[in-house]
Write a protein that binds this ligand. Structure first.
Ligand SMILES: [Zn+2]
Length: 162
């Protein structure tokens, strides 16, 4: 165990004990930054695999890699967001076909729309989860239906008297 302080390569920009650090590609990361960086690397790998699958190519082209770099660095896009947008355009909305020569140029045109789509989807899923217990409660209150039935009968009777 070393008690030497070393600088974290992550976003915290703090010094930590070397014994606490974990390495990615030879760089030191504190536990918190390590999780962030590891997730980012996983997301990048997932995006790479998705591109290979969608475009049917052995590896993203140099143009695509350049676009990914540009999207994340200049536009602040997340790897996960780019992947979600590609799925949205090609698999859900089917607004275009994956064509290698266009690279990932379609992503900025649909990034926000895809984000909204997935946000609504999550919202709907959450609402469904909340609705379930309410259905159970209704089933348990069987007498309520009886009352409604009686009420309906009364209304019908009144109509007959008119
Ligand atoms: Zn850190």
């Amino acid at each position: 165990m070393s008690n030497r302080l070393v600088k974290c390569y992550g976003t915290c920009e703090q010094k930590h004990y070397q014994s606490e650090m974990q390495k990615i590609s030879g760089k030191n990361y504190c536990p918190q930054c390590y999780l962030v960086r590891a997730k980012e690397q996983q997301d990048r790998e997932d995006l790479t695999n998705l591109i290979k699958e969608l475009y049917n190519i052995p590896y993203p082209t140099g143009y695509m890699l350049k676009q990914i770099k540009q999207f994340t660095e200049e536009r602040g896009y997340k790897y996960q967001g780019i992947a979600a947008t590609l799925r949205y355009v090609f698999e859900i909305k089917r607004a275009a076909r994956p064509e290698q020569r266009f690279g990932l140029s379609i992503v900025p045109h649909y990034y926000d729309e895809a984000r909204e789509y997935y946000a609504n989807l999550t919202k709907k899923r959450n609402e469904t989860v909340i609705e379930k217990p309410q259905i159970k409660v209704l089933k348990m209150q069987a007498p309520v239906y009886q009352n409604n039935y009686r009420e309906k009968k009364l209304i019908n009777m009144e109509e007959l008297l008119k």
